[in-house]
Design a protein around this ligand. Structure first.
Ligand SMILES: [Zn+2]
Length: 315
């Protein structure tokens, strides 16, 4: 059975795995992991580290696995891509405009690595991995919503990834929910991200006069649930409302079977899911809302690298 390499290239780190592809339907078995730094403002260093991570995993396989054969390499990265070219990469500006697939392929060939190479948006990797092996397995239409520092999204519709005209489909975080809202990282106001990302939940709490310091969404949620912090309570009620509006829009537009949440905020307890589902139910078309699952991912931190590895298996 072939091996695959999956890399998740984020704004601060590059995580990679060497995994053994299992028979269809099973999660690839991770045999080795590697982690290197991203240098958001240096193209050479970031690309160099991506190449090093792949090369390191490749040599590990060659040295430690009998009859090692690499079936392919998949790389997930933020921003969006068209035919392997980085069109927009907010958290790694140095990669903007780079034909990443070609550049990497060339540098890897110089190191004697000729396997097929796939580059894909990391939110698409997330929803692919969850569709193949995780919470969305067995469903044909799944939407991944990754709620961390920012909010990203990926669409699998009728069993296929939907990319749109420029490869930018699924940018759910930058849908306007209420323009009278906080300023978003993208510069506009009242986006889903600037209402509901982990970072913005905290920012809204502080701006509203919240007293807890050095806090995160989990503490604000817990304080709200316990009824011991009125500001936290108001901020969370507003969060459910805006979250519900965003989710209802997805449900009415795409009629998915399942919406899978990822990122830090997805680790909040089941009560959080109950509250956002209740809010979504107020705004979605009832016939489309009925039966939709709004659930936490199952692959956790491995979704990114496994999703990237899945590109090599599908491609
Ligand atoms: Zn935005």
């Amino acid at each position: 059975m072939a091996y695959v390499i999956g890399l998740d290239v984020g704004g601060t780190k590059i995580e990679g795995v060497l995994a053994r592809a299992a028979y269809h339907g099973s999660i690839p078995k991770v045999v080795r992991k590697v982690r290197l730094q991203t240098h958001p403002s240096s193209r050479e260093k970031t690309i160099g580290n991506i190449v090093d991570a792949v090369a390191w995993l490749y040599s590990y396989g060659k040295e430690n696995v009998n009859g090692f054969r690499l079936g392919g390499i998949g790389i997930g990265t933020s921003g969006f891509l068209r035919n392997g070219r980085m069109e927009m990469v907010p958290n790694i500006p140095a990669l903007k405009g780079v034909q990443l697939r070609n550049v990497l392929q060339e540098q890897l060939r110089e190191k004697g690595i000729n396997s097929s190479l796939h580059v894909e948006n990391d939110s698409i990797c997330f929803v692919l991995a969850e569709s193949m092996w995780g919470a969305a397995r067995g469903f044909k239409s799944a939407i991944g919503v990754i709620v961390g520092t920012g909010i990203g999204g990926g669409l699998v519709l009728d069993g296929r990834v939907y990319r749109g005209r420029n490869g930018g489909a699924g940018h759910i975080g930058h849908v306007t929910i209420d323009p009278a809202g906080p300023r978003c990282g993208c510069g506009q106001f009242g986006h889903f991200e600037s209402w509901c990302s982990g970072k913005h939940i905290v920012m809204r709490y502080i701006a509203a006069g919240g007293k807890m310091r050095g806090t995160g969404p989990a503490a604000i949620f817990a304080a709200a649930e316990a009824g011991r912090d009125a500001v936290a309570g108001r901020v969370m009620v507003e969060t459910y409302e805006k979250f519900g509006i965003a989710i209802a829009g997805l449900i009415n537009t795409f009629n998915p079977e399942v919406i899978v949440l990822g990122g830090g905020v997805s680790n909040l307890p089941p009560a959080f899911y109950k509250r956002i589902a209740a809010a979504a139910g107020k705004y979605a078309y009832p016939a489309l809302f009925r039966g939709v699952k709004i659930i936490r991912n199952r692959l956790g931190d491995d979704a990114g690298v496994l999703g990237a590895a899945s590109l090599a298996l599908n491609g």
